[in-house]
Design a protein around this ligand. Structure first.
Ligand code: PLP
Length: 392
């Protein structure tokens, strides 16, 4: 590097991450995402840590749909949407995902990170207020930082504290008030109390927005998400989500909302305006995922049944579990080293599960986060449960 001081600073920062045990390694896998993954050394592990909730990442029907769209609509558009990058497939997917999550329209993005990054700034300015759960996803936090609205943060999942924020924002004279939450908090497997949030928002004339990345395709009838799960389907103002988790695991995101809001986002949302169109094969695969889910919720029920069975088995072993009602099943260890050690023992026993510790989760709340998939067989689950027992 041309600046030795800069090089030294980067090296020191990397060393700091290693010393703090916060350095993230990457497990290289050599095949498709699935219930089991193959490592470079040929070993096969039961996979308990992907967001491939419905097992669609390697599903032949999605692969075929992606291949068909690749052949009929090409690799990509080499354009943003408003110049020369909108195909019939994009319009179809926007209409289909909007109907699926209960809104009038939707806007596609390269990723849900971009959907959140481009959501707040076009809709809110200094006259407005945004109220956010303290554990919201990084992309929501970044998106809110990019807008000029006044900000409030409520204690995680604490409805009394949310009410306080709503009252303060209203007392402060805010024009529009938007409450925004993760639908499912992925470190805890906890589902937001959307019915109660809707009630509080109505009471204070506030909009409600939900990032449903871990919920679309996972919870609610046919996987329609947190609003459907909580009985407020069609009554959430903004829903952001991803095609990179349950709905095929490829990539792409969306903001689902009213028709006028979608229209304004197409005019003003910077990640939409200044980034390439979603690639046609990804759009084809996402459409196929929606076809499957609308036709049958067998995979949704299967992953939920897996989660219930796995929870019961680990609880019977004496583990402390967090969350409920979701295929994210976090096993709380507390101590950072204990969590790391258990993850290593599981790895030796043939199970891939990752330990999360501070700063990803609060200090002293280290955990192994497991995630079930409809792709798992009953035998996979039995083997995983046995590995936990052996590692115990
Ligand atoms: C995964 C995730 C995202 C990012 O989704 P991408 O489509 O991969 O960018 C955003 N928000 C939440 C809550 C997520 O879990």
């Amino acid at each position: 590097m041309t600046d030795p001081a800069f090089a030294a600073r980067i090296a020191a920062e990397l060393q700091g991450l290693r010393d703090a045990g916060a350095y993230k390694g990457e497990q290289v896998i050599t095949g498709m995402q699935g219930a089991r993954i193959r490592l470079a050394d040929g070993r096969e592990l039961i996979n308990l840590c992907s967001n491939n909730y419905l097992g669609l990442a390697s599903d032949a029907r999605l692969l075929d749909a992606a291949a068909a769209a690749l052949r009929s609509h090409g690799l990509g558009l080499a354009s943003v949407r408003f110049i020369c990058g909108t195909q019939d497939l994009h319009k179809q997917l926007e209409a289909r995902i909007a109907a699926f999550v209960g809104t009038e329209d939707a806007v596609l993005y390269a990723a849900a990170f971009d959907a959140n990054g481009g959501l707040f700034e076009p809709l809110l300015d200094e006259a407005d207020a945004v109220i956010s759960d303290e554990l919201n996803h990084a992309s929501i936090i970044d998106g809110i930082r990019l807008c000029k609205a006044r900000r409030w943060r409520y204690r995680h999942d604490d409805m009394d504290d949310l009410r306080r924020c709503l009252q303060e924002a209203r007392a402060g004279g805010a024009r529009t008030v938007l409450v925004f939450t993760d639908g499912v908090f992925s470190m805890d497997g906890r589902i937001a109390q959307l019915a109660e949030m809707r009630r509080l928002c109505d009471e204070h004339g506030a909009l409600l927005g939900v990032d449903d990345c871990h919920a679309t395709g996972v919870i609610g009838p046919h996987g329609r998400g947190t609003a459907a799960h909580c009985g407020v389907f069609g009554r959430v103002d903004l829903v952001t989500g991803t095609f990179g988790k349950a709905l095929g695991g490829a990539s792409g995101g969306f903001t689902a909302c009213s028709r006028p809001v979608a229209e304004l986002l197409r005019q003003r949302s910077r990640p939409y305006l200044f980034s390439n169109t979603l690639a046609p094969p990804l759009v084809g695969a996402a459409l196929a995922a929606l076809d499957l889910l609308e036709r049958s919720d067998a995979a949704v029920r299967r992953v939920q049944a897996h989660a219930a069975r796995f929870r019961a088995a680990l609880q019977a072993q004496g583990h402390t579990l967090i969350g409920s009602g979701h295929p994210i099943v976090p096993v709380l260890l507390g101590d950072e080293h204990a969590a790391k050690a258990l993850a290593q023992q599981l790895h030796h026993a043939g199970v891939h599960a990752v330990a999360f510790s501070y700063p990803v989760v609060p200090r002293g709340r280290a955990r192994i986060r497991t995630q079930l998939s409809a792709a798992h067989t009953d035998a996979d689950l039995d083997e995983a449960v046995a590995a936990f027992a052996a590692a115990g």
